[in-house]
Design a protein around this ligand. Sequence first.
Ligand code: APR
Length: 232
Amino acid sequence: MTGAPAIVVLTGAGISAESGLGTFRDTDGLWARFDPMRLATPEGFAADPAAVLDFYNARRANARNSGPNAAHFALARLETCKPGELLIVTQNVDDLHERAGSRAVIHMHGELARALCAACGARWEAPPVMRPEDPCPACGRPATRPDVVWFGEIPYRMEEIAAALAGCRSFVAIGTSGQVWPAAGFVEEARAAGARCLELNLERSEVSDRFHEVRLGRATDLVPAWVAEVLA
Ligand code: APR
């Protein structure tokens, strides 16, 4: 039974911003251009599945056409140098952590690259383009959706995340505005467990005050510098 990872890193859209993927709440963010209630809720999907699938088809293509940046690669290097000591919990649905080489990654909001059948619960690798009439490969019903967690739905693997937060010595939040729960509350859980909490972000977040240290700047500058400190 391996112990809890010493370091838990929470990432948000800000770590993928310099890879060309949009954030959500920056001035030009996705939620400034698209209505999250129409495109990222079960009700929105029920009302207009084609619009929702098109939105995620575009994001899936965008993610495929982008690549990991220095921040993703630095975290992968940290995992390689300290096997078993790092867990990445990401709110992101892109696969840039994996493409940078990270293996211990929990996608608490699901993954663009995965599809889910709303009828039978089957999961499979999402095709580049998903359409409402696509039959589920398991049950055949036209109930396929992206395997992402929408507003009002329960994030994935929360028990594993709680256990990791309860046992970590260091909690680092990177590129997240701290506006969406339960991720925004992870810093409290880590503090309660006695972990040292560090925030690496372009600007102060909603929960900056709960961190022992806040460093402001771009992830591609802050994350490699922090990893170098840890490995020194
Ligand atoms: N480097 C570091 N941080 C950055 C950068 C950058 N280059 N660019 C932007 N940021 C910061 C912003 O300052 C902001 O605080 O990243 C944060 C992005 O915040 P959001 O857009 O709110 O993204 P996130 O926190 O990941 O959103 C959480 O909300 O809509 C849901 O499910 C969606 O997972 C998402 C969740």
